[in-house]
Ligand binder design. Structure first.
Ligand code: ACM
Length: 266
């Protein structure tokens, strides 16, 4: 199966323009799973509940926001699995979330970011979905989602891997560089594929700048780079993966990285 990550700089606050771009990519990219960055529909540096309110939309029917619905429809029409960072509204709560929709997912799923980074804490509620996986039958692949700063907590990827993930997808707006050392380790220590869709560009709000460092990458289950992008240019990176190869966690006749865990000692 083929996994793609899309790297671009969303236009701040312009859901129409960003969604247009996202659905064009969904139609055009030849891959089974397409991952977009964190907050790809709306941009990142929205500060506080009032600002986040303006760009947050519900996912779940019957209140599905028009932009989320366009992404769900495009994924379904083009027989793709799409994971896209959005700002989600659920009643009065606002979440930094990933919409997971398309072929093999009859009802759209939402992962709500568990670990909020920096000033996200001013506008978003901490995610309450927990880490979950979803088996995509036609791909024979179990997918799990984490978002950006979740990488910093090994428990995020570990929880997904213990729940059966073959592929972890990570919509991101990464602002530091240390992730490039840690992400391949998340893949290696769990023996899973890991697809990190990061954005480029910079944003300015309330006298502060944030810059995002691209370098979107898809890692193999040994932590090797299967495909990657530059720090600044728009890009679509694609890798062929073999989900069933992640399932045997042994690496010699005695050791198995999951069976050898001693939870009672941790
Ligand atoms: C981040 O979690 N957007 C750094």
């Amino acid at each position: 199966m083929r996994v793609a990550c899309v790297q671009f700089a969303p236009t701040f606050g312009n859901l129409d323009a960003n969604t247009e771009r996202i659905v064009e990519h969904i139609a055009a990219i030849d891959a089974d799973v397409i991952v977009f960055p964190e907050l790809a529909t709306c941009g990142y540096f929205h500060l506080g509940v009032d600002e986040v309110s303006r760009i947050a939309e519900p996912v779940h029917a019957p209140d599905t926001g028009i932009h989320n619905q366009r992404i769900i429809d495009a994924a379904t029409t083009h027989n793709k699995v799409v994971v896209c960072g959005i700002a989600e509204r659920d009643g009065s709560q606002l979440y930094n979330a990933a919409l997971i929709a398309g072929k093999g997912i009859p009802t759209p799923l939402v992962y709500r970011k568990t670990h909020l980074f920096y000033k996200e804490t001013l506008g978003f509620a901490p995610g309450n979905s927990g880490f979950f996986t979803h088996y995509i039958e036609h791909l024979d692949c179990t997918i799990g989602t984490m978002i950006c700063y979740d990488w910093r907590f090994p428990e995020s990827a570990r929880a997904l891997a213990l729940d059966g993930a073959d592929l972890i997808v990570c919509p991101s707006n990464l602002v530091t560089h240390i992730w490039r050392m840690a992400m391949p380790v998340r893949a290696f220590e769990n023996k899973v594929y890991l697809a990190v869709a990061n954005r480029t560009g910079s944003e300015h709000n309330a006298g502060e700048d944030v810059s995002f460092n691209g370098q979107t990458a898809i890692y193999g289950y040994n932590g090797n780079v299967l495909a990657d992008a530059s720090a600044e240019a728009d890009a679509v990176v694609i890798a062929e993966i073999h989900p069933e190869q992640t399932r045997d966690k042994s690496f010699n006749s005695i050791n198995d990285i999951f069976a050898d865990r001693r939870e009672e000692m941790y």
